[in-house]
Design a protein around this ligand. Sequence first.
Ligand code: NAP
Length: 306
Amino acid sequence: MEQFDVLIIGGGAAGLGAGLYSSRAMLKTMVIEKIGFGGQILVTDEIENYPGFPKGIKGPELSRMMEEQTRRFGAELKYEEVVAVEQLDRPLKIVHTSENSYCAKTIIIASGGSHKKLGVPGEEDYSGKGVSYCAICDANFFRGEEVIVVGGGDAALDEGSYLTGIVEKVTVIHRRDQLRASKILQERALANPKMDLLLNHVVEEFRGTDLMDRVLTKNLKTGKSYEFPATGAFIYIGFIPNSGFLKGVLPTDDLGHINSDIQMRTSIPGIFVCGDVRTHSERQLGSAVGDGITAALAAYHYISGD
Ligand code: NAP
């Protein structure tokens, strides 16, 4: 069985950041990725909030550059799917993929997660052309425009409130007559003159031409559907961390995020976690890279015994 110092599960920004640091520290490193190196940035059109690119950069381009930089210092990058892990409490931990098995002194979990989708017509077509899952990333593209937020939880109101600092108006569309969000966020939303609530409504379709310019909504009380003008739609109906393959192995919060300390150490020595799969992640590109670097340094200290 091939042996590594550091085995990183997930090749998004956090995993590639971790791989860069651990391979440059001369640790034998492998990054295993299931779909595409770059992760969420690979499917992001324009990135304007990552330092070092004052004019912004296309997500696929940044992914390619991050991948190349991580390979440059000797990290092995492989396309395989991790299906199970075992012997995590032993000095050599084992990772099984769909094709191989590997052992490693340390494992860094950087498996990310995915935003829940509404699954209605137009959502995929207008993704990046009006439909977004990240207000902090994309709000500036809608400066001075009217947008909607879908969802009634903390994330919807928190991100909706952030949007009101940038866009002209935010309408939160929620499927019930009661919001799920905490009372304090509800009070702030009601007091915010730039935020409206449209309760008992669902979005049935995203519409437009090249870019989205309206949504088809349905009033669940009356059963009537009508078009609602909006150039942006921010979907906040939940986030699913990719931690299923670790079920019962590592402690998680109720939603499946893996708990860690500030150095990205989990409760098992030699196992680290970084990026969106981690509890309390900021879910930002910059913070994911920072998490990955912290995890790689923690793995380095663990291996060197200091
Ligand atoms: P959440 O609390 O699970 O809320 C998801 C919202 O989306 C709910 O209002 C839900 O409606 C709605 N929803 C789910 N599926 C839907 C669908 N198919 N169509 C329409 N609406 C749908 O998720 P979250 O807001 O992402 O928050 C996740 C966790 O992070 C929570 O523990 C939250 O407290 C925490 N968080 C906290 C903060 C903060 O404290 N500032 C900020 C962000 C997140 P129903 O209510 O009808 O189920």
